[in-house]
Design a protein around this ligand. Structure first.
Ligand code: GLU
Length: 270
């Protein structure tokens, strides 16, 4: 009887040990990115490309992980905090703005980039030149984002907002005429405009500053500090600039030089 109880206890302990240790047990690092944002985090024929992916890989390398030791996980905006809290991923690099609200439940390294919220419209749109023109219009944005909150709280109370899990769905809605505009960060919109081959364009008048951080589990200060050091190295050794240039080639987008490159642990993440 006792022997059976001991055996059962051991079985439980072993299962627990494996699940508790996660990445370390398998020697892999699990990183959350977007899969549907061309130029930032994009899944292309089974590989992952974009600026966020390059930042994520650079950081992983500094942490001692080669590319084949990375497990990529899709992190839609609305699920990011929960994925970190549940331990589904070790860190998230996914156009993730540092905000006081989010800092209550997760920690951020960075910022590693500063974007600005903007509008995406159809190529021939003439009536929408900024948030002031959105009253009475139909707008699409992503659930769980600063973009959707800004629209609801500040910019266009009379706007009909359609929320989608990702911006790819918003681009489709815009192309098919279901909405009049889509909104999120300019760098995301620029990638979608480029992928639309001229059918969509970015208005080009950003109206917020979005300080992109790398999300880690709340309290994991050791990992946060290591990631901050890696971001600093990436900016200093030229890899950051190279990653920006590589991923915006042929895209009508230049990062705002007033804010980029930012200082990790500096403005936007004090
Ligand atoms: N950067 C904004 C945010 O974190 C919008 C883009 C996104 O969610 O990926 O809410």
């Amino acid at each position: 009887m006792l022997r059976r109880a001991v055996a059962a206890f051991c079985a439980c302990a072993c299962v627990f040990a494996v699940s508790a240790c996660g990445a370390d047990e398998t020697g892999k690092i699990r990183i959350g990115i977007k899969f549907d944002q061309p130029g930032l985090g994009f899944k292309k024929n089974g590989t992952y490309v974009g600026f966020d992916v390059d930042v994520a890989k650079y950081v992983a390398k500094k942490l001692g992980y080669s590319e084949d030791e990375i497990v990529w996980k899709e992190s839609p905006s609305k699920q990011r905090e929960a994925m970190l809290q549940n331990g589904d991923v070790d860190y998230i690099v996914a156009s993730y703005s540092i905000t006081d609200e989010r800092k209550k439940v997760v920690d951020f390294a960075g910022p590693y980039f500063v974007a600005g919220q903007d509008l995406l419209v159809r190529k021939d749109e003439t009536g929408i030149d900024g948030p002031k023109d959105l009253n009475g219009k139909r707008l699409c944005s992503m659930t769980g984002t600063t973009s959707a909150v800004n629209v609801k709280e500040k910019f266009a109370k009379q706007t009909q907002l359609m929320e989608q899990p990702g911006m790819a769905e918003c681009a489709t809605a815009l192309l098919s005429g279901i909405v009049d505009a889509a909104t999120t960060d300019d760098i995301i919109l620029a990638g979608l405009a480029s992928a639309s081959r001229g059918r969509l364009r970015v208005v080009g008048k950003p109206f917020t500053q979005e300080y992109y951080g790398i999300g880690v589990k709340k309290g994991n200060t050791e990992l946060k500090n290591k990631i901050n050091n890696a971001i600093t190295d990436m900016i200093q050794d030229g890899s950051w600039q190279r990653a920006i240039s590589d991923n915006t080639r042929g895209v009508a987008y230049t990062p705002n030089a007033k804010y980029n490159p930012p200082v990790p642990n500096g403005k936007g993440n004090k």
